[in-house]
Design a protein around this ligand. Sequence first.
Ligand SMILES: Nc1ncnc2c1ncn2[C@@H]1O[C@H](COP(=O)(O)OP(=O)(O)OP(=O)(O)O)[C@@H](O)[C@H]1O
Length: 279
Amino acid sequence: MSEPASRPAAEQAAAPLSGPACGRPAGARAAERPAAPTRAAAARDPWPVRLDRVSVRRGGRAAVDALTLRLDPGGVLALMGPNGAGKSLTLRLLAGLIAPDEGAATWAGRPTPPRGAVGVVFQRPALLRRSTLGNVTHALALAGAPRRARRARAMALLAQAGLTHRADAPARALSGGEQQRLALARALACAPALLLLDEPTANLDPRATAQVEALLREVCAQGVTALVVTHDAGQARRVADEVAFLHNGRLTERTPAREFFARPASPEGRAYLEGRLLL
Ligand SMILES: Nc1ncnc2c1ncn2[C@@H]1O[C@H](COP(=O)(O)OP(=O)(O)OP(=O)(O)O)[C@@H](O)[C@H]1O
């Protein structure tokens, strides 16, 4: 994930069930590892994903204000900032779920993301009234996986998410942490190149948070690029390679994570880490 660190100031699928996005599957044990995506990867690669001076108007103001951000393959970018900074809107722009009012969002130079190239996990997963397994097989069906391959592939995704033992349970009966790991497994059904997560552990306890983070790290180690919106500085330290900091819809800095936490480049980033940036 790159773009030179822009020092001070400069830039589910959708849940696969509801939007344009939909995982380079990864595996727990090798025997259970989902088969390699059958699609021609290059045709679906979204790189670079670019926001060029995009603005989104909400409530009579620019909630995202002339933002420029470029994502290239590799790594985890944490998108941080105070409430209302424009993080979720930015994530939705990157997913192609909303269009900018000004500026341009492009994927590999095109105005929409390649089908299935971007997976999204929201803070509260919208799970279907089906079994855990059924949620994933449904996502695979939407992704165009052949019927005969769906069950084995879904079971491999569930194994990776540590949910084999919950396969037949109603998805909505899972714990919050299990539901979020299911949402991740489901988002991986389309073998996305880019995974966007909007505060994926905001409602989880430390143990469930650690499980989701471990799954995210595993998926990223296997080639998926991720952007995580988080308020949790500990989480950003644990999972992110870089931090992009937003304030009032503007990018104040994009900095390697280690550097951000040691010496944030922008006054806003510094104030936030010191608990002084409240709005
Ligand atoms: N549909 C809407 N109507 C009016 N204002 C909106 C709408 N959607 C977003 N906004 C406003 O745009 C701003 C940015 O919203 P966004 O959800 O991107 O912020 P955020 O950084 O994700 O905040 P939080 O950390 O609280 O989730 C906020 O002030 C929000 O109130």
